[in-house]
Design a protein around this ligand. Structure first.
Ligand code: NAD
Ligand code: MG
Length: 358
């Protein structure tokens, strides 16, 4: 097991990463949460079906209540948020209570937001269960969705700890594994060329990804995420670099209709587009073909879906909250591991998208 330390302006906390480490949860709670009254575990239907026995056993010495919500984005609605708060009141949670978010990024975001707002904030612990949550469980952004904006109702609220037991990841469907691993690849590209080379050399199947290689990939991914969030907890500067690939990625995800392509699959195409722009605007020297071949081998799409229109994608990108005025703000790479923000005009994006689609 590795213990990484996340240091942000508001809090320092440990991230435990390993296999079969769920025992650590009660040890941490006993040592770190004095006078604990009640634990509220927030989890989703899928994770509960697979792992409720494990988490129950791990928490058998505590007074524990289970709040089970719908799986996926359906967990991040006002209704579900309200129901979770009602559950907390009914079970008489108080300031000495603890929320445990047990699930993927959707559960971490919901559980963290419940914890951050119930009685003005009670402690919470993340017990993530997806590859994507190496990203979402670290950094303290918690949120639910509004019909007019994803993740737009939320706060910055750090957990007491993150316990990342990689045993849970084996039951993930292939498309969810691909989705999460895209963020690992992103982390390597924006910060660590030698980690990127390591990934390309060592990871030749997402399906068979386990053991040491999975551990190293996620540990390094968390360390890189930490590098950006620890210096910029509230996203006033370098944290924005984590949006590499997300400008077009979000547009594809939204244009396809959420749930058609996973977040990471859309971001992967966004990354390829951002690399093309980087070569043209930021002087990046990089061979895209070997990367594409590797991505195909892993099971990623590398092109924008035929049915999407360039004009619609451009107007989506302009709506993106990171764009300023008429120009779209792109994270580009001057070298692998050296990101920088560039403003790109609509006309230029449109032109580049047409080239990208050829
Ligand atoms: P998720 O929680 O929706 O999980 C994806 C699917 O996998 C769900 O259907 C879930 O039930 C299922 N699942 C979870 N664990 C499983 C397991 N071990 N075995 C089998 N199935 C399992 O989503 P995610 O992909 O983990 O995360 C995406 C969410 O995270 C989005 O809502 C996104 O906005 C958010 N996010 C937040 C941050 C942040 O910094 N807070 C960063 C990135 C993404
Ligand atoms: Mg993302």
């Amino acid at each position: 097991m590795d213990v990484l330390t996340i240091e942000t302006a508001s809090k320092t906390y440990p991230v435990y990463v390993g296999t079969n480490i769920l025992d650590q949860l009660s040890v941490f709670i006993k040592d770190s949460i004095p006078d604990l009254t009640t634990i509220m575990v927030i989890t989703d239907e899928t994770v509960a079906k697979l792992y409720s026995n494990d988490i129950r056993a791990a928490l058998e010495n505590f007074n524990t209540e289970f709040c089970i919500v719908p799986s996926g984005e359906r967990a991040k609605t006002f209704d579900v948020y309200y129901q979770a708060l009602s559950f907390a009141f009914e079970k008489k949670l108080d300031r000495k209570s603890l929320v445990i978010a047990f699930g993927g990024g959707a559960i971490g975001d919901l559980g963290g937001f419940v914890a951050s707002t119930y009685m003005r904030g009670i402690p919470f612990i993340q017990v993530p269960t997806t590859i994507l949550s190496h990203d979402s469980a670290v950094g303290g952004k918690v949120a639910i969705n509004h019909p007019l904006g994803k993740n737009m109702i939320g706060s910055f609220y750090q957990p007491e700890a993150v316990l990342y037991d990689l045993t849970f990841l084996q039951s993930l469907p292939q498309n969810e594994k691909l989705s999460g691993f895209a963020e690992v690849i992103k982390h390597s590209l924006i910060h660590d060329p030698s980690f990127y080379d390591w990934l390309v050399t060592n990871i030749n199947s997402i399906e068979a990804l386990d053991g040491e290689k999975l551990h190293h990939s996620l540990k390094r991914g968390i360390e890189i995420k930490n590098h950006f969030v620890s210096k910029d907890e509230r996203e006033t500067g370098i944290r924005a670099y984590l949006n590499f690939g997300h400008t077009l990625g979000h547009a594809i995800e939204a244009e396809m209709g959420y749930g058609q392509w996973t977040h990471g699959e859309s971001v992967m195409v966004g990354i390829l587009f951002a690399l093309q722009l980087s070569k043209d605007f930021a002087g990046l020297n990089f061979q895209t073909e070997p990367l594409k071949e590797w991505l195909h081998q892993l099971g990623y799409e590398t092109e924008i879906p035929q049915e999407l229109s360039v004009q619609n994608l451009v107007s989506r990108m302009k709506q993106d909250k990171k764009s300023i005025g008429q120009k779209v703000n792109f994270v580009l790479l001057e070298e692998i591991g050296r990101p920088k923000l560039y403003e790109v005009s609509d006309e230029e994006i449109e032109k580049q998208l047409l080239i990208f689609q050829q």
